[in-house]
Design a protein around this ligand. Structure first.
Ligand SMILES: *[C@@H]1O[C@H](CO)[C@@H](O)[C@H](O)[C@H]1NC(C)=O
Ligand SMILES: *[C@@H]1O[C@H](CO)[C@@H](O)[C@H](O)[C@H]1NC(C)=O
Ligand SMILES: *[C@@H]1O[C@H](CO)[C@@H](O)[C@H](O)[C@H]1NC(C)=O
Ligand SMILES: *[C@@H]1O[C@H](CO)[C@@H](O)[C@H](O)[C@H]1NC(C)=O
Ligand SMILES: *[C@@H]1O[C@H](CO)[C@@H](O)[C@H](O)[C@H]1NC(C)=O
Length: 564
């Protein structure tokens, strides 16, 4: 090593240390990006089909949580839960029809917390679920400094906008369009990105820190997307889900009959029998193609946002969070859409870019952090994630983690019953895990998801029952080795769960069954476990009961470690 290199390296180290010290004291801006119905179909999550170069580039400079799970696999309950850091049993929102502030408790939301700390907070697109669930205002003025923005073109989203083979317009599921022929020559996510870019520019020169939340509508159905993105996924290269049939031992209560998918014009034409289908194979391939194309379209919008941060010189003072409200089945177990407790519906991307922590800026060397990548013209781009966490985490962890990593403090943990507490968290501040690359074997981290049903067999409203119709609640625990789900009697008037009223159970050993197709619940001896559980004091929480049950059920079973 010559002296010049030595001095240069020393300077680099000093610079990095200085940045780390400065960064720790600074309050960071927050760009919070949430996709709609996005499962982990991303390059940075190991999906070899997906083309998501902009999110992959973000991930390469971020802490990537490989095993993050939503609390309920449908939009409004998941978003309200994440943004308040309370589980659905505390928000009491399992459908779309109540506003937590009047229905359960006056909980402080993540953006509201930032606003109370002097941040300028802004919402673009679908962040809170619009409508009753956020009092028709996206919780303005509590959560936001200015009214939430919604793209005008969204009003066409579910209309007859898609040209069919007959040349007529239909309200189809598959809806690849020529954007210049769409009203206003735009689409909702294009408009939201325009507005978010405008808002970012308006913050330049203002010392007030900001939190900008941007909610993209894709890849939610209908797949109304610019047609050119289909070319990234030639249909002859698409494959079916590895497990496209309804598993024999799947309890009927666990199955979601994908009613919203069935309602689209092109799917209705297929005359598919209710509830178990199946969708013809060629159409399955096209759904998968369109879903992936919608992911790439959304990825391009993420790229536009991130490159704007760069151009405005905000990339070293703004933390970026990327996540989704829940996943989406693409034919696994013969299911489509969300509305279940399986990994495909609950597993979500969760990525934190924290300047000075996950990435050191080299702008002083003239390098940009997030150059825009056009997947349509640039291929063979691959990025490496070197900061991944395999521990199981949950979306209720987002609020405390973002608050802490932005340079503030995380809310205190909630007491067992927290309806009266305005500010507390039912999640964990994940900041301490940012330093650990691999899963820590000593950590017994698990995630909890739940899903309500109106009956033990699939009904037209099984996907999304109204609160008053809920009769069974499926509580699901995901550990490293298992997914364990109990479908329990639930009273929607008192919100009481009857732990002795077991409608069905599921137990999947992930080492040999990562797709969760082989239910071994009935192989295990429940009577002993249930008797033990019944003797537990009533104060023991459902979550704790399920952890103990899983321990009993699996004691003696050969566990075997999962590789990925
Ligand atoms: C709920 O919290 C907000 C913000 O802290 C406060 O302005 C409002 O008065 C509270 N409402 C009730 C009913 O307590
Ligand atoms: C919800 O909106 C209504 C109508 O605008 C308003 O009167 C009410 O105060 C809002 N609720 C809360 C808790 O702010
Ligand atoms: C899209 O529509 C415009 C306006 O009708 C037309 O000029 C253009 O050729 C179309 N593009 C494609 C690729 O079909
Ligand atoms: C639709 O399927 C049912 C049986 O599943 C059949 O009786 C009916 O004739 C079919 N209708 C059409 C239009 O194909
Ligand atoms: C709970 O379920 C059990 C078993 O079905 C039943 O005997 C009991 O009455 C139920 N308890 C309540 C409070 O509904």
């Amino acid at each position: 090593m010559n002296n010049f290199v030595r001095v240069w390296l020393l300077l680099l180290v000093l610079h990095t240390l200085a940045l780390a010290v400065v960064a720790r004291r600074e309050r960071r801006n927050v760009l919070f990006i949430i996709a709609d119905d996005l499962r982990t179909s991303l390059g940075c999550y190991g999906d070899t089909v997906a083309k998501s170069p902009n999110i992959d580039q973000l991930a390469s400079k971020s802490q990537v949580f490989l095993n993050a799970y939503a609390q309920q696999a449908v939009c409004a309950p998941s978003r309200t839960s994440m943004l308040t850091s309370r589980r659905p049993d505390t928000t009491r929102l399992y459908d779309f029809n109540s506003y937590w502030r009047v229905h359960s408790g006056n909980y402080t939301t993540m953006p509201q917390y930032f606003k109370s700390k002097g941040y300028f907070t802004m919402s673009v697109g679908k962040v809170f679920h619009p409508g009753i669930a956020s009092n028709h205002t996206d919780d303005y003025p509590y959560s936001w400094s200015i009214p939430a923005y919604h793209p005008a073109s969204f009003r066409f989203e579910k209309k007859k906008m898609c040209k069919g083979e007959d040349g007529e317009l239909h309200a189809n599921l598959l809806c690849a369009v020529n954007v210049t022929e769409q009203p206003g020559r735009t689409l909702p996510d294009l408009e939201s990105t325009d507005e978010a870019v405008r808002l970012l520019k308006s913050r330049v020169g203002d010392d007030t820190p900001f939190l900008l939340a941007v909610g993209f509508h894709k890849p939610h159905i209908p797949f109304r997307i610019p047609q050119e993105y289909l070319s990234l996924y030639p249909i002859d290269q698409m494959t079916l889900a590895p497990d496209p049939d309804v598993p024999k031992l799947l309890p009927p209560v666990a199955y979601n009959p994908w009613s919203d998918v069935r309602r689209r014009d092109d799917v209705q034409k297929l005359n598919i029998s209710f509830p178990y289908g199946p969708i013809p194979k060629d159409f399955q391939l096209r759904i998968r193609q369109h879903y992936y194309a919608a992911v790439s379209f959304m990825d391009a919008q993420v790229g536009r946002l991130l490159s704007t941060l760069d151009q405005l010189g905000l990339a070293d003072s703004t933390m970026v969070v990327f996540t989704s409200d829940h996943g989406w089945s693409l034919g696994e177990h013969g299911e489509w859409a969300k509305y279940s407790n399986f990994d495909v519906a609950t597993h979500v991307p969760l990525i934190f870019y924290v300047p000075g922590v996950t990435h050191y800026q080299h702008n002083w060397l003239g390098m940009s952090t997030f150059p825009y990548i056009d997947a349509l013209t640039q291929s063979d781009l691959s990025f490496k994630n070197d900061k991944v966490i395999r521990n199981v985490v949950e979306l209720v962890d987002v609020f405390p983690t973002v608050s802490y990593q932005a340079g503030g403090t995380a809310p205190e943990p909630c007491p067992d019953v927290s309806f009266q507490e305005e500010l507390c968290t039912e999640g964990n501040n994940l900041a301490h895990t940012f330093r650990h690359r691999e899963r820590r074997v000593d950590e017994e981290a698990v995630s909890f998801s739940q899903y309500p049903r109106p009956a033990d067999t699939p009904q037209v409203n099984s996907d999304l029952p109204d609160l008053k119709d809920i009769k069974v609640m499926g509580y699901s625990l995901r550990s490293w080795d298992y997914r364990y789900t109990l479908w329990l009697g639930f009273n929607p008037k008192t919100f009481q769960v009857n732990v002795s009223d077991v409608h069905a159970g599921e137990l999947y050993m992930l080492a040999g069954d990562p797709g969760q197709d082989s239910n071994i619940y009935s192989n295990s001896d429940h009577s002993v476990v249930m008797t033990k559980m019944a003797s537990l004091p009533r104060t023991v929480s459902l979550q704790m009961r399920m952890r103990l049950q899983l321990l009993y059920l699996t004691a003696g079973m050969k566990t075997g470690r999962r590789k990925a």
